[in-house]
Design a protein around this ligand. Sequence first.
Ligand SMILES: C[S@@+](CC[C@H](N)C(=O)[O-])C[C@H]1O[C@@H](n2cnc3c(N)ncnc32)[C@H](O)[C@@H]1O
Length: 225
Amino acid sequence: MTSRDNLLWLQCWRDRQTDFHQETVNHFLTRFWPSLAPASGSRVFVPLCGKSLDMIWLAAQGHQVIGVELSPIAVRDFFRENGLRPTRRRFGKFIHWQHGRISILCGDYFALNQADLGAIDTVYDRAALTALPEDIRRLYVAHLREIVPDTSQVFLLTTEDAAENETASEALGVGVEITSLYSADFEIDLAHVESVFELDPDAPERPPERAEYKVYRLSSRSALV
Ligand SMILES: C[S@@+](CC[C@H](N)C(=O)[O-])C[C@H]1O[C@@H](n2cnc3c(N)ncnc32)[C@H](O)[C@@H]1O
């Protein structure tokens, strides 16, 4: 990730351009998470976590939640808006905020190492991989492989452009890209697809386009042998 991208994200939070934030817990998470059969108390990593309420839900399931987020505004808002009073301390290149079962490392995902994170059982990715520019996604996945144990599973939620997926050449389409990024190390189970016609909020005069909400469960091949 170039520092230019980081500056743009920090600016987004300053300008409150955070349309990606969901005001309720993601319903694909609550519906499909139990199918992973994660043990209560297991450790869940939430890369590029923003101020997602999904972390509150995961903690309520008994998980230890570890998020990483660039913007201190997002982290401060997360705790404040949920009425939580976190502790805050410097932790290497990060500021570590913590309350109960939720820790957020405020800093750059690409500066994280395995020791910072500790053991991770499951990675929860909603709008993290897909928030990054295409040329950075391979680096994101390569970095993830470095910082989480080989046996971790990944629960991945995406919103994909159906037309793009249908015409996808090798270079296009998130669905194709996920296979290319993850299939070497993971069994990919596409657990659910939901098609919805949506207006583009930036161009509401255009006809609605079909979006596909997808739920992927990725099991590490190392864990399967
Ligand atoms: C599209 S948002 C998704 C947030 C969250 N996953 C959700 O579901 O609401 C992407 C988030 O990643 C953060 N981010 C972008 N690049 C990052 C980086 N290199 N390290 C840590 N956080 C980053 C942004 O500040 C933003 O909050």
